[in-house]
Design a protein around this ligand. Sequence first.
Ligand SMILES: [Zn+2]
Length: 196
Amino acid sequence: MTSRRSFLCLAGRAVVATAATSALCACGNLNWVWDEPPRRKLGARIDDGSPRVLNLAHRSGEHVEQVYKVAGTYRRDALREIEFMLRDREAEQVAVIDLRLLDVLAELQETFGPGRPIEVLSGFRSERTNAKLRQRNRNAARNSLHTRGQAVDIRIPGVDRREIFEAAAELKAGGVGLYRGESFVHVDVGPVRTWT
Ligand SMILES: [Zn+2]
């Protein structure tokens, strides 16, 4: 197995690291060489300058807790860890995540308790992974915002998904959706809309 990473530019926007499978445990060794796209920021309504923390977990046992923004400035090291956490685990690809999405997650974190991790079921998805998902699940959209690093599927243990849905919808920061038979809430930073 090679430890060499290759870097691809997708659609002129997301720069993705295609990592060897060993990257699963090599978070600190991933070579993140990319031209950062302009990161869009959420409005001042949500950002009062106080340190923002993200506490994210995955059912594999992976966990990341990081102060990712201080006084309105995003911390690059923290973003890398968070983006790694939100990677496409099937394709082992890491992508830039829209900062507004992180701010929405942080807002939900504060609402439901900073000590309570948000469980991420799906973050970034490569086009290929999304296409595969579409074959098995009609809920996956063709031009999913997951493929642009602008959507996550989450749940918060001990919190009803309806409560998360309502808190996220109240932010009016993008789309919020529930799917019949699924335990997660889809949150994105596309057009403001809701569906259940
Ligand atoms: Zn989703």
